[in-house]
Design a protein around this ligand. Structure first.
Ligand code: MN
Length: 288
């Protein structure tokens, strides 16, 4: 099951993706549903009923509340998560290109939520950076919150997955003692295109992941290269911080980032960046 957010009549609402269409969740729920978080808290039975109702509606041509996906404006699946937790150097091939040993423990940093950007919207180059880079990442969305979650039950706390571009100003990242400023510029967290629920993607550790810049493949790897997998990360993070519904974990980027290329490649006005993860979809953004 795939959930999305889209803008209709000037405001965002939750939707259920049915093939090439999206069904507005509001009439099905009988209540306004501007966010996905309440849906992530529903139990499996209610979610399946919602999906069946959406599929029924989607099969009727011209039904009210059903739109063609290519004709709606998508919004970020989660717009105001409590936190965006990022994992650095979490792909073997990326650690190698950085000349770093694979880390013994996850390397954790944060991105502020004001960086979140809709699928299809423009990444803005900040005046203070000349080295804006892309990072294709599998993003975990937390469902049921928790503290000190055992690794064995960590998947019970994963609602599903989406794609994040961990856009980074490399010059700021290097100039500061830590990463926060260079990772948190407005528009530096394109997120989407939608949220695929965990049951539809039972193994997140064998997915092809790639990024193209103006149609040229810059990153091409597989989540099997992840050093620390999803259950370990959920358990590790929740040892020290409470994870809440809607929290995002950006699991790290594979090799091929612009800064590691010779010569380096940075984003410039007019560029088109697209990240594809097998089983999820494609997150495309332009640069201005
Ligand atoms: Mn990253």
């Amino acid at each position: 099951m795939i959930l999305c957010r889209f803008v209709e009549a000037g405001r965002p609402r939750a939707g259920i993706v049915i093939g090439d269409r999206v069904a507005d969740a509001e009439p099905l729920l009988g209540a306004p549903a501007p966010r996905l978080e309440p849906l992530l808290a529903l139990d499996g039975t209610r979610l399946r009923a919602l999906r069946a109702a959406a599929a029924d509606l989607g099969s009727r041509a011209g039904a009210r509340g059903v739109y063609r996906l290519d004709q709606v404006t998508l919004a970020p699946p989660i717009e105001r998560p409590g936190k965006i937790i990022c994992v650095g150097l979490n792909y073997r091939d990326h650690a190698l290109e950085q000349g770093s040993e694979p880390p013994a423990a996850p390397m954790i940093f944060a991105k502020y939520v004001t960086a979140i950007l809709a699928p299809g919207a423009a990444i803005r180059l900040p005046a203070d950076s000349a080295e804006v880079d892309y990072e294709a990442e599998l993003c975990v969305v937390i469902g049921k919150g928790g503290y000190r979650i055992p690794e064995a039950s960590a998947f019970d706390h994963v609602a599903g997955y989406t794609i994040i571009n961990d856009v980074t100003a490399r010059d700021m990242q290097r100039a500061d003692k830590q990463f926060t400023r260079g990772k948190s510029c407005d528009t530096f967290a394109p997120l989407g295109p939608w949220l695929i629920l965990r049951e539809a993607l039972p193994d997140p550790h064998r997915l092809a992941i790639s990024l193209t810049l103006n149609g040229r493949t810059m990153q091409s790897s597989n989540t099997s290269q992840l050093i620390f997998g999803v259950p370990y990360l959920v358990s590790y993070l929740s040892r020290t911080m409470t994870l809440e519904t809607g929290d995002l974990i950006a699991t790290g980027t594979p090799g091929g980032v612009g800064a590691a290329r010779k010569p380096p490649v940075f984003l410039k006005r007019g560029d088109a960046v697209a990240i594809t993860i097998e089983g999820i979809g494609t997150l495309a953004n332009r640069v201005e």
